[in-house]
Design a protein around this ligand. Structure first.
Ligand code: MN
Ligand code: MN
Length: 473
């Protein structure tokens, strides 16, 4: 009787499996190996531009070429299309006509951080320090960015167009930078009564650059001038050059294993480089397929997908037009319409995993859990599904079938309890082009913090899911 009952339970209930328990020895090795490659990718790429540079290297090593090198496109061709060195599209041309639609993976490669203001360097006489003024980018909890080692990444474009790349604070011999917090002894009145969002205010995110005065009695701002001189000696830049620069202050140091069992990876920028990397690898590793595979890595998602490198720009359409033009020659508006309409997509973005100390924000039956595989999010948004992409039931069924047929561990979740908060992804911008799309990516702990945590087995199942999707009929 007991046995019968449990069979019925197995048959009728939707049980979400622990992905670790589903893995044999061989797959456990693959999971570890894949995580090592991922750690290297995010350790070496801390800005959207660095991601693009390293992605192009990875693609070219695997036989992809710029579309500019191709007069026409044939089945099996592997190409990439760059957009202002901040966004990229990668394609493997399929056996079927492009007008029969593409399988698309879309994610974003920008991450929350501190940007510099246009005129960032100043000397604080009272503190005897030179500092950078910053303006935070994306949704950060500002207090998380103090008292932690920071690195400077980015580029300065000089008036004559010369580009100076800067990366300081990653090499063991490099100095690092920091925003200092107020000591507890003096916090009682000035800081302890503040609300969480103001514990550190935007204007208080000032990055310490140095404290040594230049040896010249005729100079007023001795510490600042000393810093400018060091910058000039090493990079040939002056203060005005910062007005045409994009310098990002990011957490210093490599991605690392987390836990005694080394089951997780901690680091900066899993959101959303974990989806960028897994979708790239899915595209690089895929077996010859029938439909054209397309991977987009977009910029500016963290500030609402604004601007010409975002998912909301005409770049997306330009990619389809370029592929159509080079694979069909002259193409009609009808060809273009069919290509968009027949395409379908997965929007790769991360989800919150259940936080053991703040369970109250999750609806536990509809929350992502670490180690249980890729999370399907039928709809995103906030409140009454405002700003949501809501995938159609038919499409969710199609995706579910692909995942189940390929033994991929998956779970479902929404972004917290109803009315608890919310958020969006790039999905709605592709949906606007009239293609089916669903959000799918691994769960994270500490999203948008300087040290986000993701499970290695979830990274691997995300890769497997993306690959199975690209290889589907
Ligand atoms: Mn994201
Ligand atoms: Mn985000």
């Amino acid at each position: 009787m007991a046995e019968e009952k449990s069979n019925l339970e197995d048959e009728l209930t939707f049980s979400i499996k622990n992905a670790w328990e589903q893995s044999d020895e061989e797959e456990l090795d693959d999971i570890t190996e894949f995580a090592e490659k991922y750690k290297e990718y995010i350790t070496e790429s801390k800005t959207e531009r660095e991601i693009i540079d390293n992605t192009v290297k990875l693609l070219e090593k695997n036989g992809f070429v710029s579309i500019q090198e191709c007069d026409e496109l044939d089945q099996g061709d592997k190409i990439y299309i760059l957009n202002k060195n901040k966004a990229i599209a990668v394609a493997v041309i399929g056996n079927k006509e492009v007008t029969e639609g593409c399988h698309i993976l879309a994610s974003h490669i920008d991450s929350p951080r501190l940007d510099l203001k246009a005129r960032p360097i100043y000397e604080d006489n009272d503190a005897s320090l030179a500092l950078f003024n910053t303006h935070y980018y994306g949704g950060i909890k500002k207090y998380q960015w103090v008292s932690t080692p920071l690195a400077i990444h980015g580029k300065v474009v000089k008036e004559d167009g010369e580009i100076i790349n800067i990366s300081i604070g990653e090499d063991k011999e490099d100095p690092v930078f920091a925003v200092s917090d107020l000591l507890p002894h003096l916090s009682k009145k000035k800081q302890s009564e503040r609300k969480m969002k103001d514990v550190i205010k935007g204007e208080e995110l000032n990055v310490i650059l140095g404290g040594k005065p230049i040896d010249d009695d005729d100079i007023d701002k001795k510490v600042k001038i000393n810093i400018l001189k060091i910058l000039n000696d090493n990079y040939g830049i002056k203060e005005e050059d910062f007005t045409s620069a994009e310098i990002e202050i990011v957490p210093s140091g490599p991605a690392r294993d987390v836990g005694l069992d080394r089951s997780m990876v901690g680091g900066y920028g899993h959101d959303d480089r974990v989806c960028a990397f897994t979708s790239l690898m899915a595209c690089i590793d895929l077996e010859p397929q029938s439909k054209t595979s397309l991977v987009f890595l977009f910029d500016k998602e963290e500030i609402g997908s604004e601007g010409n490198t975002s998912a909301n720009s005409r770049f997306t359409e330009s990619v389809f037009q370029q592929i159509l033009a080079k694979s069909k020659g002259d193409y009609s508006m009808e060809d273009y319409r069919l290509t968009l309409e027949n395409s379908n997509a997965m929007s790769g973005d991360v989800n919150p995993g259940v936080n053991p100390s703040f369970k109250g924000v999750h609806d536990l039956r509809n929350a992502g859990r670490m180690g249980k595989g890729i999370v399907l999010t039928k709809y995103t948004g906030s409140g009454g599904k405002f700003m949501a992409n809501d995938a159609h039931a038919e499409y969710v069924a199609y995706i579910r079938r692909i995942l189940n047929e390929n033994d991929i561990c998956w779970q479902t979740a929404q972004l917290g309890k109803v009315d608890e908060g919310g958020g969006g992804t790039v999905a709605k911008f592709l949906a606007n082009l009239n293609m089916d799309i669903i959000d799918a990516g691994p769960p994270l702990l500490g999203m948008h913090s300087p040290f986000e945590i993701v499970s290695k087995v979830d990274i691997y199942h995300t890769y497997k899911a993306y690959r199975a999707f690209l290889e589907a009929e």
